[in-house]
Design a protein around this ligand. Structure first.
Ligand code: CAA
Length: 402
């Protein structure tokens, strides 16, 4: 299977019968200011550390500082991305999150202001648990398909929060990925055909009056499996590529062992054997970020592109799952020149630069949530380009750090 720079495939698969090539031009990951070593959490909770590192496949989890949230994470990722790509043609910002900062105003509008984008750019937020990132990418592709000179900035940003001491606790995390969606993309040309799946399930949700997610862990894993296999079957029904046409699949990774389970489910279902090495390559960043909900799949893609050689012209799968539930299996062809050692080095540096917290410090940050009923100034902690400055007259205020 090969594809040229414009995404015209030489394959006979009907999935590639599109004319225009649209997909990911570039991407950038942002990490939180703090990090918690899960070995320390295991010790504090009286759990064998191997349960976290091997059993669920996570080494660390991102922890946001008092002056960080999804807006600052998303804006920081986007600022660094747009420094490379420029803003020419940018007319839409889509912000995907499950942990938004306001019930009405979108994170996209705040990021739009922080980045100093012109008023002639539309800005909106999307929600369907962890799936909203893929929904934003598909929405962006639709916009670019109508007018190929336009570009769309997609931001997937989340802070995953479960209750202290719950079984979900080690699967928290924080991070953001910004993606520029454009015609004739430099990184990944996304195929027009995808497989989709929706079913109303109460496996994981967050009521309006709760700052932490509620979850039925066992049910969430079977709901993920149903969505994966349902989306796969739909992909086949739509004429998408078969399993032997895929070099690798990247998965939504609430914890990286979930991707291992997912690939096993898919192999059993299809009778194929997807490359297990790709699972490790696609898990490098998620093992250190923890669950980043909407950003998790795209952090997995970044890790695969940064750690796997020989992907030029190869087709990969991308499985997005959002509890509640929605799943989508996208496929796309990796473009020549996708390997960017400087981007990989910057991502590693951002993860290494996080300041470790003790379990006590993490617990204090976890419980420190600001209401909107009194004016508060947050302490200056983060060294990222933007910070959450505090609450004034009920409104959250943001500023550049430099
Ligand atoms: N050494 C090595 N492995 C160990 C071990 C040890 N000492 N002790 C346990 N393990 C293994 C277990 O065998 C198990 O492995 P398998 O699943 O392969 O059998 C694994 O560690 C986890 O052990 P448990 O099942 O006992 O763990 P748990 O009940 O405490 O919780 C969890 C696990 C259900 C994932 C929980 O962390 C949780 O609820 N997380 C949040 C929900 C979630 O992420 N669901 C995923 C699908 S939903 C989704 O994808 C959307 C989203 O982002 C939330």
């Amino acid at each position: 299977m090969t594809s040229n720079r414009t995404g015209e495939s030489t394959s006979t698969s009907s999935s590639t019968s599109s004319s225009a090539s649209i997909g990911i031009e570039d991407l950038e990951l942002a990490a939180s200011h703090h990090v918690l070593d899960l070995g320390r959490l295991a010790e504090a909770r009286g759990v064998d550390p191997a349960k976290y590192t091997r059993g669920i496949g996570l080494d660390e989890m991102g922890v946001v500082a008092a002056d960080e949230d999804v807006v600052t994470l998303g804006a920081s990722a986007a600022a660094r991305l747009l420094e490379r790509t420029g803003t020419e043609g940018l007319r839409t910002v889509l912000f995907a999150t499950e942990s938004g900062v306001d019930q009405s105003k979108s994170g996209a509008v705040i990021v739009h202001g922080l980045l100093g984008l012109p008023s002639s750019v539309r800005s909106v937020e999307l929600k369907q648990a962890c799936y909203a990132g893929a929904a934003a990418v598909q929405t962006a592709i639709g916009i670019v398909a109508r007018r190929p000179q336009e570009k769309v900035l997609v931001i997937a940003a989340d802070v995953a929060r479960y209750g202290l001491g719950t079984s979900g606790e080690p699967t928290q995390g924080a991070g953001a990925v910004a993606l520029l969606i454009a015609a004739d993309p430099a990184l990944l040309a996304i195929d027009p055909v995808s497989g989709v799946y929706s079913a109303d399930v109460d496996d994981f949700w967050r009521p309006n009056d709760s700052t932490t997610a509620l979850v039925n862990g066992r049910l969430s894993i079977s709901a993920y499996k149903n969505a994966l296999l349902g989306a796969w079957d739909d992909l086949q029904a739509q004429g998408g590529p078969g399993v032997d046409e895929l070099e690798a699949v990247v998965y939504h990774q609430p914890f990286t062992k979930m991707a291992v389970k997912a690939q096993r489910f898919l192999d059993q279902h299809t009778g194929g054997r997807l490359d297990p090495e790709a699972l490790e390559q696609g898990a490098v960043y998620d093992r250190r970020l923890g669950n980043t909900y909407t950003a998790s799949l795209w952090a997995g893609l970044a890790a695969l592109l940064d750690h796997r050689e020989g992907l030029e012209g190869r087709r990969i799968g991308l499985f997005s799952y959002g509890s509640g539930s929605a799943g989508e299996m996208l496929t796309g062809t990796v473009q020549p020149g996708y390997a960017r050692p400087e981007r990989a080095a910057a991502t590693r540096a951002a993860l290494d630069a996080r300041v470790p917290v003790t379990v006590e410090e993490y617990e204090e940050l976890h419980e420190r949530l600001l209401g909107s009923d009194e004016d508060v100034e947050t302490p200056r902690v983060t060294t990222a380009p933007f910070r959450f400055a505090g609450v004034q007259e009920g409104a959250r205020k943001y500023e550049a750090t430099a």
